[in-house]
Ligand binder design. Structure first.
Ligand code: PNW
Length: 458
């Protein structure tokens, strides 16, 4: 198949930001280097529960190869780079004594990005909880709010002179549902009350970190990042299951953070946990909504299940990625419009991408036309949402590099850059050149077309 051409971008703002995203545990490696402490994902890796017995010990060796990776970003032409700080690298026990060599790594990374003209977007938490804190109950312990605020203060004071864009959490719904809810990850199946406690403490930690960052970093721009997936009933009988799924998946965090209340279905469970003033502590003003999107999910009603929903069949005929994720760009458009309507915040698309099983061809090139077709369809859908009134300010492709894809290990590849793990050789894929061309055109066109476009009435 030949590569498709450019997507539609005419409804996007002239100052639209094009970027790429990664996360600490997925790329850094160097897990036992320079005083880093273990995270819950190191524990999982050492238990050998990830396919291929994969671990994050080496990953993309970004800890040592970050200059090469910054050079790749510069070549790609991204204006911004979204990364996360590994909490156990800067606070090996999660609290207490800070680790200077770990802190110095992010100094080098941030300085390198700024020298390359790339704006650093720092996410405080992308799932690598220090193991020492998990041993104390992790997010089920209300003390986590204090641990997280102290960590946020350390990061703010160290990098706030150079970093102005901060996200508190990446996809809290996903890591709490999978970590505490479905009984995967580090622990056996836990009572659902533990999930509810974790939800509440992560929300409180978000609010506390917003206050800490606002007080310590002048001129900062703050948000939190949520995985928004339309929850579609597999059949008309599954409407109730879809409501429950939407509550846990899409609303348990954004509703309290941006509206100051828990979604209706969660109300009674959260009432039992909350202390007076908690909703005000969570509902702190932020500047943007970070939206990650890959696909819709199909669900069924299951009143016997702890969440009152189960995963269901999707209608036949929907195209899928090699990871069996449905490809439905209209779900992306719907999510962008829904978030705009419900929360009224500017939106940055902080992740979107295609997971495949890329392989170099006989010449060594990686021709990922399936990824290009996916990105084109989804960027078209984003443009449609903007034309219909969604206030979208930027787009970060997931991901810059192939990396450690959590429970799929290294088998799933999301990068615009292919990593040959044994040699650590980096090979830009066809999608790299395609995205590079798109950014170039978008930035040139921004100066030539009036905005807002005439068909958009606002
Ligand atoms: C996101 N699901 O994870 C994460 O933010 C990234 O770290 C990850 O690599 C990327 O998407 C691709 O998976 C998700 O089960 C993991 O619905 C699982 C789900 C959604 C997002």
């Amino acid at each position: 198949p030949t590569a498709p051409g450019a997507p539609r971008i005419a409804a996007l703002r002239p100052e639209f930001i094009w970027g790429a995203a990664t996360s600490s545990f997925q790329i850094e490696g160097a897990t036992r280097v320079d005083g880093r402490g273990p995270s819950v994902w190191d524990t999982d890796g050492r238990r050998g529960v990830i396919p291929g017995k994969d671990t994050g010990d080496v990953a993309c060796d970004h800890y040592h190869r970050y200059p090469e990776d910054i050079a790749l970003m510069q070549k790609l032409g991204v204006q911004a780079y979204r990364f996360s700080v590994a909490w156990p690298r800067v606070l090996p026990q999660g609290r207490g004594q800070a680790n200077e060599p770990g802190l110095a790594f992010y100094d080098r990374l941030i300085d390198g990005l700024l020298a390359a003209g790339i704006e650093p977007w720092l996410c405080l938490y992308h799932w690598d909880l220090p193991q020492a804190l998990d041993d104390l109950g992790g997010w089920t312990n209300r003390d986590s709010v204090g641990w997280f605020s102290d960590y946020a203060a350390l990061v703010a004071d160290r990098y706030g002179d150079r970093v102005k864009r901060f996200a508190t959490f990446n996809e809290p719904a996903i890591f709490t549902l999978f970590g505490y809810g479905f009984g995967r990850g580090n622990r056996d199946e836990t009572p659902i009350e533990e999930l509810h406690h974790a939800i509440h403490h992560v929300n409180l930690s978000h609010g506390a970190a917003v206050d800490v960052l606002r007080a310590r970093v002048g001129g900062c721009s703050l948000g939190s990042i949520h995985n928004v997936q339309p929850c579609r009933p597999s059949s008309p009988a599954d409407a109730d299951g879809a409501r429950w799924a939407d509550t846990y998946w899409n609303r348990a965090y954004p509703d309290p953070q941006f509206l100051g209340r828990y979604p209706e279905l969660l109300g009674p469970a959260m009432e039992a946990i909350m202390r007076p003033g908690d909703l005000e502590r969570i509902h702190r003003p932020v500047d943007w909504f970070g939206l990650n999107h890959y696909s819709p999910i199909y669900v069924r009603t299951d009143n016997a299940a702890r969440f009152r929903f189960g995963f269901g069949d999707r209608p036949p005929g929907i195209p899928v990625t090699p990871m069996d994720w449905p490809i439905e760009p209209d779900g992306f458009r719907d999510s962008l419009l829904r978030v705009t309507k419900d929360y009224g915040l500017p939106v940055y698309v902080t992740e979107n991408g295609f997971g495949g099983h890329d392989k170099p061809d006989i010449t060594g090139a990686v021709i990922d036309n399936d990824r290009i077709a996916f990105l084109k369809g989804y960027i078209n859908a984003m443009n449609d949402a903007a034309a219909e009134g969604a206030d979208i300010r930027g787009y970060f492709v997931w991901s810059l590099l192939d990396n450690f894809e959590w429970d799929s290990g290294y088998a799933a590849r999301f990068g615009l850059v292919y990593i040959d793990y044994p040699t650590q050789k980096r090979t830009p894929k066809a999608s790299f050149d395609w995205y590079k061309g798109l950014i170039k055109v978008a930035r040139a066109q921004a100066w030539h077309f009036p905005w807002p476009p005439a068909h958009r009435a606002r």
